[in-house]
Design a protein. Structure first.
Length: 572
């Protein structure tokens, strides 16, 4: 028994200590430890101890301290080592060479006969007329007719009147930069008005709501995630987690990757395609720094139940972000257009931020979006300030320093050009067209519509044939729709060009005829790009899909082997 007063007092207050001490005092464990180490030298004991601690620490990190699930890490590790086996490595290399050959620049982006790439500056500068002539040659490569509604999403406006307005405004602000508001005060006023107008559209409090104009939806989402990460750090959360639906935009995965956050995906209902709120509740932990809902998610055009997600945020004191990048500038006008929607914005208690793209259904040129907050306390976590830089105090509201003032001015001009009535009228046309296409698709045999589309997106799949064959057939007829995965499907994102007379009927007719062709041999597999997409969906080793994607991105910048070496011309 312990003999010192301190140990006696410890035993008195901690009866469990007495039992532990008694075990060791009676040599129940001590004898085993001593006998195990009796043949070891002191330095061997130290080395074994260090190695044991090292492996225990790494095993703990592998199981618990990682952004990916244990099963996913085991799977990745298995494929990583399996591919190192000579036989497997040879097979994978052979198959990858075949696939990457299909995603080469020559196959994906063929040039017209006689055209070549430049790899040097021209020796002498070109005149306006020469440049204009070559630009027309480059434009002749565009073979998808988006003006007549053949493309899903991509170009949301494009009418001549708006184009004339924004190009004139763009020219006036071509050299402006919002990084210098003292030099361009008019531009600062425009940017502030875009934010205030957007906050009003989303029912923000006039005194507390705020936001920033960004260069696109991805930056808006990244900024919101960065904001809540820094807020979490301030609360002592060292490993912040984003809880979001599996249908959420990939930009949240990008944010988690960049900012060392953990992305916790929760499932969506297999029928409604909306997030399972019960699963979201179960996914919340002490590290959760934000909850996310989409209005709509990109794939299926449904609306996540924002009121229920926001209620979770209120209950657990977690910020809630609404990703309205796609539908943000339809939703505020849908009720006036005759299509009421559930509450989704700052009118819902618990919603703390919203991202919405002005360059989609706001119809401004590409490169503009807004991220909005219910209170200024949030946006201050978004700001970056370097108070000690030798060049002066450097402070920016978002990632970029210098930005295009012309894009901001064009966005402002677009808002002024349409006004509320213009947006309501366009919203009515687009939603009416989307509902018409949905009803038409439900009448076509062998395909089905995913969920109940509430916005401008309508997704379809098939239980009877490879749906990517339908995508391929539609490409032959001049259409360019979006391929989706998990489940395999395709969707049409309706824009203003689709509202033109006859476009929706032409799409439905082409789908009917394509389905008839496919059902003459329903078991056949897709070819070309559809085959690659289908294959990518079925590959269990996702690192191979990543490698294929790398090949595609490489192709975007590939100028091939026939580049013009001397830089004297654009094309021959």
């Amino acid at each position: 028994f312990p003999t010192t007063p301190r140990l006696l007092l410890q035993v008195y207050h901690n009866p469990g200590y007495l039992i532990i001490y008694d075990i060791f005092a009676n040599n129940l464990a001590t004898k085993w430890v001593n006998s195990s180490c009796s043949n070891l030298l002191p330095h061997e004991i130290i080395i074994i101890t260090v190695i044991t601690i090292f492996f225990t620490f790494n095993l703990y990190n592998f199981i618990f301290e990682n952004d990916k699930s244990f099963f996913e890490r085991v799977k990745v590790g298995f494929f990583y080592h399996a591919k190192r086996l000579p036989i497997i490595r040879s097979i994978v290399k052979q198959q990858m060479e075949s696939v990457l050959n299909e995603v080469s620049a020559e196959k994906l982006f063929p040039l017209k006969s006689g055209m070549h790439y430049l790899n040097k500056l021209p020796i002498r500068g070109k005149t306006h007329l020469q440049i204009d002539r070559v630009v027309e040659e480059y434009l002749s490569l565009d073979d998808v007719d988006w003006k007549n509604g053949n493309v899903s999403g991509t170009v949301y406006g494009g009418d001549a009147g708006l184009t004339d307005v924004i190009t004139k405004v763009y020219k006036k602000f071509a050299w402006s930069n919002p990084l210098h508001p003292e030099v361009f005060p008019g531009l600062r006023k425009m940017e502030a008005e875009i934010v205030r107008i957007s906050c009003e559209l989303f029912n923000g409090n006039p005194q507390t709501s705020c936001g920033s104009v960004t260069i696109g939806g991805t930056e808006s989402i990244l900024l919101a995630c960065k904001t809540y990460r820094d807020w979490a750090y301030g609360k002592g959360i060292q490993k912040p987690e984003i809880v979001c639906p599996v249908s959420v935009h990939a930009a949240f995965e990008k944010a988690a990757h960049y900012f060392r956050m953990k992305l916790v995906h929760v499932p969506v209902d297999s029928v409604t395609r909306k997030v399972n709120v019960s699963a979201m509740k179960n996914a919340i932990s002490r590290n959760t720094c934000m909850l996310v809902g989409s209005t709509p998610p990109f794939p299926h055009g449904v609306l996540d139940p924002i009121t229920e997600i926001a209620a979770l945020g209120m209950k657990y004191n977690i910020p809630v972000h609404v990703d309205a990048c796609l539908g943000g500038f339809l939703l505020p006008f849908m009720s006036d257009a005759g299509f009421p929607v559930p509450p989704f914005d700052f009118s819902v208690p618990g919603v703390t931020s919203i991202s919405a793209d002005t360059h989609k259904y706001g119809y401004s040129p590409k490169g503009s979006s807004v991220v909005l907050y219910s209170d200024k306390k949030w946006i201050h976590y978004q700001y970056f300030v370097s108070p000690d830089w030798q060049g002066g105090i450097y402070a920016t509201p978002m990632f970029a320093g210098s930005r295009s003032g012309a894009i901001i001015a064009a966005c402002w001009a677009t808002m002024m050009y349409f006004g509320r009535e213009g947006y309501v009228n366009r919203t009515k046309k687009i939603i009416t067209t989307a509902r018409y296409i949905e009803q038409g698709l439900r009448k076509i045999e062998y395909i089905y519509v995913l969920g109940k589309p509430e916005m401008s997106v309508v997704a379809l799949g098939s239980l009877d044939f490879d749906v990517f064959r339908l995508s391929t057939e539609l490409v032959k007829r001049g259409w360019n729709l979006n391929n989706l995965q998990f489940p395999a499907s395709i969707h049409i994102c309706c824009t203003m060009p689709h509202t033109h007379p006859g476009v929706a009927d032409r799409l439905l007719q082409d789908i009917r005829e394509s389905v008839d062709i496919i059902m003459s041999d329903p078991k056949a597999k897709a070819t070309g790009a559809g085959a690659i997409y289908g294959m990518a969906q079925s590959i269990p080793d996702r690192s191979i899909v990543t490698e294929i994607s790398h090949g595609f991105i490489d192709a975007l910048y590939d100028t091939g082997s026939k580049s013009v070496a001397n830089g004297n011309g654009y094309a021959k």
